[in-house]
Design a protein around this ligand. Structure first.
Ligand SMILES: [Fe+2]
Length: 148
């Protein structure tokens, strides 16, 4: 679950982080309810897609803010993107229930860890740099685009 203390002070990013927790919760529920392989894969694809677009948005904002350690942060995102790709291909290659279950377990541990650690440890670091007119403008246009 997302908590108010995870806030980075930028509305769209907090919203996206909340959505990530929601999607992760959905994945957890599906595992718990013993959903089929195709359902798990569908949710996983959705989650991964959301992570990728969230990272893209976050990177754009950090660039706008002129965040000094952007490269380093992008590197961390790359690692997470790579891990998610690898998990998916391992999940699809797994031949039996047991090996699929093992991949799913790893995904759960990984997601659980990075969602909290990355947001609290890394995203929080850029929070003080986000209070600029450019960032506010981009954040506002995000809501306009969302509402269409
Ligand atoms: Fe991040």
């Amino acid at each position: 679950m997302w908590k108010p203390e995870y806030s980075v002070g930028v509305g769209p990013i907090d919203d996206q982080h909340q959505r990530l927790f929601q999607l992760f919760g959905l994945l957890m529920d599906s595992i718990h309810n013993g959903e089929t392989e195709s359902t798990l894969d569908r949710i996983f694809v959705q989650l991964r897609g959301y992570v990728i677009s969230h990272f893209r948005f976050e990177e754009r904002l950090m660039r706008k803010a002129g965040y000094a350690t952007l490269d380093e942060h992008e590197g961390l995102h790359d690692k997470i993107r790579e891990n998610l790709c690898e998990y998916r291909s391992r999940f699809n290659k797994a031949r039996d229930e047991e090996s699929r279950g093992a991949v799913v377990d790893e995904v759960v541990i990984f997601m659980n860890q990075w969602l909290v650690e990355h947001i609290l440890g890394e995203d929080k670091k850029y929070a003080p740099f986000m209070d600029t007119p450019e960032v506010h403008k981009l954040a506002e246009s995000y809501y306009h685009d969302e509402k269409g």
